[in-house]
Write a new protein. Structure first.
Length: 256
């Protein structure tokens, strides 16, 4: 079977190199990798040099052989976190969707954007159509503002420095000083709101989800038409905060 046009042989070979390592076989030299992969030594040398520069491999200074680097551990931890997050959030999301009748989603922060990693749709005919994996600007969404609000100060400064914020609607906050003030209020009260900021006529409320050691790892939100949500906003806000707290406890967080 021939490869599709999007397959890069260099990337495939780099992946094949990484897959050679296991808990039983932790180190390989260039010659052994070349033999296992049926590749030239010069090709393998370029591959391991590149992977080492990205910290996916590291070289043992005692014998010159290569082993998996710390970046692989970080990637594995990220996968484990996502799997743990999925198991933790789905039950409270289901209850929240059933009690509010609105779309419930969970997002994580990626730089200046949020990525929606879980979603349960509203049963209403008039609802938001949102996709898992969709991205949006953090400054104009409830989940994004919730996540920005709980960043360490130095990290928040780095994110905000030089950011020319896009104005999605006339209601979007684009002034860094005003946003900082709002983030402080979100941190104190424990939830964030978005009314008409990402899309006119849309209202959302988000609360933080904490991991086992207390850091905020995601945010859960309820989103829907403002006309339908606004009359019951207090009840929805209480429900979001409680559901996020349940997800946090399922991740091992315990408030002392």
């Amino acid at each position: 079977m021939s490869d599709g046009p999007q397959v890069l042989s260099s990337v495939r070979n780099a992946a094949r190199v990484l897959k050679q390592f296991s808990s039983r076989e932790r180190e390989f030299g260039v010659s052994e990798l070349a033999r296992r992969l049926d590749l030239g030594k010069s090709t393998v040398h370029r591959l391991v040099t590149t992977l080492t520069s990205e910290h996916l491999l590291e070289q043992n200074p005692d014998n010159g052989k290569y082993r998996l680097g710390l970046a692989v551990y970080d990637l594995g931890a990220a996968v484990a976190t996502h799997l743990d997050l999925h198991e933790a959030v789905v039950p409270p999301m289901e209850r929240l969707r059933n009690t509010t009748g609105e779309t419930v989603q969970v997002a994580v922060l990626d730089g200046r954007e949020v990525v929606y990693v879980e979603r349960l749709d509203s049963p209403h005919t008039l609802r938001l159509f949102l996709d898992v994996g969709r991205r949006n600007w953090a400054h104009s969404t409830a989940t994004g503002k919730c996540l920005l609000a709980h960043l360490p100060q130095t990290e928040l400064d780095r994110v905000l420095d030089g950011w020319q914020m896009e104005q999605a609607t006339p209601h979007t906050t684009t002034d860094p000083k005003r946003l900082r003030k709002e983030l402080g209020a979100i941190r104190r009260r424990g939830y964030a709101q978005n009314l008409n900021e990402s899309e006119v006529g849309v209202l959302s409320v988000a609360a933080p989800i904490r991991g086992a050691i207390g850091g905020v790892v995601a945010a859960m939100s309820v989103a829907g038409p403002a006309a339908r949500m606004d009359p019951v906003l207090d009840r929805i806000t209480t429900g979001v905060v409680e559901a996020a707290a349940i997800a946090s406890r399922r991740l091992g967080y315990s408030r002392h």
